[in-house]
Design a protein around this ligand. Sequence first.
Ligand SMILES: C[S@@+](CC[C@H](N)C(=O)[O-])C[C@H]1O[C@@H](n2cnc3c(N)ncnc32)[C@H](O)[C@@H]1O
Length: 294
Amino acid sequence: MSIQPRDNHFKVDRDNKAKLSNSEFSFICQFVYQTTGIVLNESKREMVYRRFTRIVREKKLASFSKYCQLLESNPEQEKDYFINAITTNLTSFFREQHHFDYLIQTELPNLLQTKKRQGNGKKRLRIWSSASSTGEEPYSIAMTLHSIFKNELSEWDAKILATDIDSNVLNKGKSGIYDQKRVEDIPQHFLEEYFYQGKAHNLNNVKVTSNLQRLITFKRLNLLNEWPMKGPFDIIFCRNVIIYFDKVTQQDLFARYYDLLAPGGLFILGHSENLGEFQKYFEHAGRTMFRKPV
Ligand SMILES: C[S@@+](CC[C@H](N)C(=O)[O-])C[C@H]1O[C@@H](n2cnc3c(N)ncnc32)[C@H](O)[C@@H]1O
């Protein structure tokens, strides 16, 4: 029996699956590595296949190779769409809770005291969420910060920078609107203080309050490119992103993060990440937390 294409656009094989050839797969891996630093290998083939299938369907193309041709002939036009479709954006509010406990119990009270002693004028505080995805990480930082500083916020020039390579997730973060289910695990007092319940057709959504939104600036930034910020940052979150890069890229980025950290500043990695060779330049501050020496 001959197998018929399932629709007009996409040819399928015996297993009802379109074929992703080895040369298409390696072209994709190469393109992703060069534009984002993300290393894709054989273990990611199924994931690439699924995401690539979605792209080809959305673009109503006849095959994977047609999209490869498009990427090759017009990379500038296709790149952003492709990167948005291929990145892994998994995140959640207060992910790796111990980092936020440390901020509330130790880091922020210490910064408050130290900076208070530094004379008159507004006290500067800068935090960078450097792979902010859909915004749960920077909003968790903002809730933590606001809960500690709220009575004296007018005395502070406090800002959180949230960056990511993926423009879709940044737009989601900017909107501050989340499905009710995503905020279920947030402590009740934070929920009451920092979220509005949606009404009418938005009943299943919540929206972050404007006092939190005001603390955060969302900006697109590819970590591989030049960083326009001057810093210094008091705290940098670099969680669950360098895991996608190779060792050379990781070490290069660690050096750049180090330069942007204030002396005594805190650098935070994700649960399965480490500094490797770069560990010797930092002091250990806690589980996956590192301090630049003063
Ligand atoms: C798994 S999410 C981590 C989100 C958050 N930091 C957390 O730990 O919950 C990884 C994020 O890194 C972003 N990313 C991947 N490569 C990047 C690059 N070269 N520059 C900037 N962001 C990148 C992805 O778009 C994605 O949103």
